[in-house]
Design a binder for this molecule. Sequence first.
Ligand code: GTP
Ligand code: MG
Length: 373
Amino acid sequence: EVPMTVRSLSEAMGRPAKAIMSILFKEFGEMVTINQIIEEETALAVALELGVDLTFKRQKGAQETVTEIVEMEDAPEDLVTRPPIITVLGHVDHGKTTLVDSLRNSKVVEGEAGGITQHIAAYQIDYNGHKLTFVDTPGHAAFSEMRSRGANVTDMVVLVVAADDGVMPQTAESISHVKASGVPMVVAMNKIDLPDVNEQKVLQDLTAQNVLPSEWGGETDVVRVSALKGTGLDDLLETLLLTAELHELKANPNRPAVGVCLEGFRDEGRGSVAWLIVQKGTLRIGDAVICGKSYGYIRAMYDDMDQQIEEAPPAMPVKVTGLDTVPGAGDHFVVVDDIDQARALAEERRHEGRADVLSRHSGGPRTLEDILG
Ligand code: GTP
Ligand code: MG
């Protein structure tokens, strides 16, 4: 048998080895190196955690069984262009929420305690027939935490820099996280309506962080906006759509949905509510879902305006009810064939020791194909 290691699993899944190792540590209590040999069962559990479909190919040789991992890829002809998922980052008070608010003509910021964003939230807008999904964060910590859990939902980043303030500590930290992630970035130079702004200083600050503005011959577009007055927003949206086009973002809408939970909370009337973002497939009312340690049938779905909807295609953020408990930010969700599979897996995650799962050989779902149907 060809042993599978953290490294080969990482390569097969196209996910960072670090993400795998942190799952093994956090969920299974196992400290491992990149060359650690891992069992099929464990690999499947990790893959599920990361929202990756795995199938194992076994070839019976004369004396040995070769185990090869192949990600269940969607056929190219099934892929359809999907909206970009854009995370908004930047220093405190530089105007991230105001920007998203004015892009969607809403007033979330007014409802926030002290005007400070506490949770991740996601919204979709329609601009001249093009949809764009925006993820508003409480800061770069949420972004990097999601990524460290393998929840790479972000296609690009809008870095908001207030023109009267320039690059501040959290701006610099955001930049380094974005660089580490390799995600394309557009800078929104915000608050240009203020009298005492210094555009040149912002450009210099960015350059000092190795973010060279395109107007200075670099690769990063810096778009002047006033989130408050609504100026420059067309410019910003056009730039984002161009960037999205360059990256040819696609997904197969005709398959069971997989995606990530951005935020879970308990609602007095609706019970456990999960704010999900669909990455592949289409999520529908009645789907059986496992999300982290939660499971259930999707009972109701709401869009970002709290309107009830029936289904959610790729890149659409939705609030769903029906999960038995509140899932956590960064938990992956997968639609499964029937609720028994979801329940079995959720209960296994809750009640069985993680170390148990590591060494277990029978019982529970055997392959991810079983789980995914
Ligand atoms: P955190 O969520 O706490 O990190 O802040 P944020 O980046 O989401 O900033 P937020 O949108 O809450 O805005 C902070 C303050 O800046 C608010 O008082 C906004 O009204 C103000 N502001 C945002 N954009 C602009 C702008 O374009 N011009 C001016 N003059 N003020 C703005
Ligand atoms: Mg905010």
